[in-house]
Design a protein around this ligand. Structure first.
Ligand SMILES: Cc1cc2nc3c(=O)[nH]c(=O)nc-3n(C[C@H](O)[C@H](O)[C@H](O)COP(=O)(O)O)c2cc1C
Length: 194
């Protein structure tokens, strides 16, 4: 089964560290993993030109092409975002809006895939849950089945406190536990429903 991970940070640092850790663990369980990182990528915002509705493709030819291809072929999707302004990054907002073009091609393209969420905040309670809710809402809109890590600490997904430092995120054992629980449920859902 193929897993596609999106690192929605504009740089390669704490969010990428956590996502890579998650993908490495999945690879050890024989999942085929692909990562896309927004760092130095060109993903323009949706212009609402409706070209995709008419022509079944997005008019903007930028790095979103790589995201489209991977979203289409993935069985499972992991979106990892840094918490920005109490929610998701602007890079991720652009990716979410631009997914409209995939729906225009085929309404069922993403339906039935499994999705999980990772949120990395500089603060302990900086808006991780709002970021998760936005990602879960995106999954629901596109018919992707969102997983929770279950009650007791991973209710909406894996939540991290980075203190804006690679050293500190590596020491965030509570965050790592929330990742383990969410990954376990992600694997359970993939094995049950795909
Ligand atoms: C523009 C901007 C807004 C941010 N807003 C928040 C916020 O609202 N809450 C929070 O906990 N951290 C916030 N942060 C901190 C980042 O979430 C944190 O440093 C995170 O680890 C960055 O991920 P990265 O290392 O993968 O880039 C913000 C950072 C930036 C650059």
């Amino acid at each position: 089964m193929k897993i596609f991970g999106i690192c929605a940070s504009p740089r390669n640092n704490t969010t990428e560290y956590v996502l890579k850790d998650a993908l490495e663990k999945l690879e050890k369980n024989n999942f085929e993993c692909e990562i896309f990182t927004c760092q130095a990528k060109d993903i323009k915002p949706c212009m609402h030109c409706d070209y995709c509705i008419e022509n079944k493709e997005c008019i903007i030819k930028d790095d979103m092409i790589e995201v489209y291809e991977n979203l289409k072929s993935a069985d499972g999707i992991i979106i990892a975002t840094p918490v920005q302004s109490g929610g998701i990054s602007s890079n991720l907002a652009a990716i979410m809006d631009r997914t409209r073009a995939l729906e225009a091609i085929d309404y069922n393209l993403l339906r039935g895939k499994i999705g999980m969420s990772i949120a990395v905040g500089g603060d302990r309670t900086g808006g991780q849950d709002f970021a998760h809710l936005k990602i879960i809402t995106y999954y629901m809109i596109h018919g992707i089945i969102p997983v929770s890590g279950g009650p007791f600490g991973s209710n909406l997904g894996a939540s991290f406190w980075s203190n804006d430092s690679l050293e500190d995120i590596k020491a965030d054992t509570y965050g790592m536990e929330s990742l383990e629980r969410t990954l376990n449920e992600f694997k359970n859902f993939l094995n049950k429903y795909i």
